[in-house]
Design a protein around this ligand. Sequence first.
Ligand SMILES: Nc1ncnc2c1ncn2[C@@H]1O[C@H](COP(=O)(O)OP(=O)(O)OP(=O)(O)O)[C@@H](O)[C@H]1O
Length: 110
Amino acid sequence: MGHADGMHEVGEFYRNGIVVEKNIDIAFEWYLKSAITEQNTTDEKAEFFHWIPYDKFENIEEIGKGAFSTVFKTNYLNRYGSHENVAIKIVKGSNKNKEPFLKEVFFLNN
Ligand SMILES: Nc1ncnc2c1ncn2[C@@H]1O[C@H](COP(=O)(O)OP(=O)(O)OP(=O)(O)O)[C@@H](O)[C@H]1O
């Protein structure tokens, strides 16, 4: 298990209240640490959070708004050097409160 895996695992423990007391903010901090650690490795894992520098997104255009978020389309230069059209979703208030952000991430992944 690499460092990023371990950090991701600690995040899972805090999100689910396994061994430690459930704490979404601390879970988020561990997911963030794992994403930053993993960014320059070739060890990309589907279930992970990834850190993507803002300059990898070109031509960002707003395409929709919901009650809880704003959605943009962008051309993303991925770590393999290919361009992909992707959607970016900015969840309102997620700078302050991590819970809605993590809920949305796990909802979109399931
Ligand atoms: N992957 C996507 N590709 C294209 N457009 C999208 C995508 N995701 C969302 N949109 C657009 O953005 C709008 C807002 O997204 P969404 O409905 O998910 O927002 P929300 O605030 O999370 O939810 P809601 O207001 O429905 O509770 C959608 O109505 C749709 O037009």
